[in-house]
Design a binder for this molecule. Structure first.
Ligand code: CP
Ligand code: NVA
Length: 307
């Protein structure tokens, strides 16, 4: 079983993982040796703070070990991706890979003899969405009936959030005037709409009026944010998306809490005062990545009884 995207995970698997993550958060000591002797290989083509550290520390806290590989310091770039992944999988019990392109992640997974976890590619960020559900569950006590409004570019984070919410009984509204081209997934949108839990609108004020959570992410993915070749597109997006910024004025129109997968780009998709306010739960959300991912690791390589 892999975790490349949430499409292949059932509602029971998603809800079970999220609930297990919350249980682990409450009683971490009970799980301290669950993955003793197990190794997580962590292959990153892109930068990361949360995903890297939460997986590495989480694996240690479960009694296992983690080996971090910066793509540029490996020989993955010299060889066939699937072949190199097969070798890596002989040293590890599970692999997390943060790849630029989803197709490369799939290629990697095709060679691996152990489960592969998507650590965020251009199309999906499933681990983020599982942590987000855990946060919503923790705040509300239940998932069903919650209303999340995602504001910004429809991207990797948004795609996985839509899949996670619609499978978990959470209403989700996307206020996303544009889609990152590689993240276009018409099948996902069609399936989400069929649940009756997903809708799209550009009326931000109407959307947030009954929201429980407003969620945003960067307008420009990490590999482009400081890239001089992307400068003109960055300027265009900033102008186009400023009306969709999460700021203090927007928060007067709603009682919703504010979520952000982080890193936040203050002054762009969210203002510094909103980030610093009691309404923003992004740091708890970031912490919860670790707890939900422990549940993912246990489900993929843990003792049979907890799968
Ligand atoms: N939210 C998230 O995945 O953060 P990192 O890019 O720092 O891992
Ligand atoms: N959409 C963002 C997510 C960061 C966790 C990116 O890909 O950079």
């Amino acid at each position: 079983m892999d975790l490349l995207k949430l499409k292949t995970w059932s509602t029971d698997e998603i809800l079970g993982t999220v609930e297990e993550g919350l249980t682990i958060k409450g009683q971490p000591g009970r799980y301290a040796d669950m993955l003793e002797g197990k190794t997580l290989a962590m292959l990153f083509q892109k930068t990361s703070t949360r995903t890297r550290v939460s997986f590495e520390v989480g694996m240690h806290q479960l009694g296992g070990q983690a080996v971090f590989l910066d793509w540029s310091a490996t020989n993955f770039g010299l060889a066939d991706l699937a072949d190199e992944a097969q070798v890596l999988s002989r040293y590890a019990n599970v692999i997390i890979a943060r790849m630029l392109r989803h197709d490369d992640l799939r290629q990697l997974a095709s060679g691996s003899e152990v489960p592969v976890i998507n650590g965020c590619c251009d199309r999906y960020h499933p681990c983020q969405a599982l942590g987000d559900l855990l946060t919503i569950l923790e705040v509300r006590g239940k998932l069903e009936g919650a209303h999340v409004v995602y504001v910004g570019v429809r991207n990797n984070v948004c795609n996985s959030l839509i899949e996670a919410c619609t499978k978990a009984g959470v209403r989700i509204t996307a206020v996303t005037p544009e889609v990152n081209e590689p993240a276009e997934d018409t099948d996902l949108i069609t399936r989400a709409k069929a649940t009756g839990l997903f809708e799209e609108t550009l009326d931000l004020e109407a959307a947030v009026a009954d929201a429980d959570f407003i969620y945003t992410d960067t307008w420009i993915d990490m590999e482009f944010f400081n890239n001089p070749e992307f400068e003109d597109e960055k300027n265009r997006r900033v102008k186009a998306f400023l009306p969709y910024q999460i700021n203090a004025e927007l928060l007067t129109k709603t009682k919703a809490l504010v979520m952000h997968c982080l890193p936040a780009h203050k002054g762009y998709e969210i203002t510094g005062d909103v980030m610093a306010s009691d309404r923003c739960i992004a740091v708890d959300q970031a912490e919860n990545r670790m707890h939900s991912q422990k549940a993912v690791l246990m489900r993929l390589i843990g003792p049979e009884k907890i799968k």
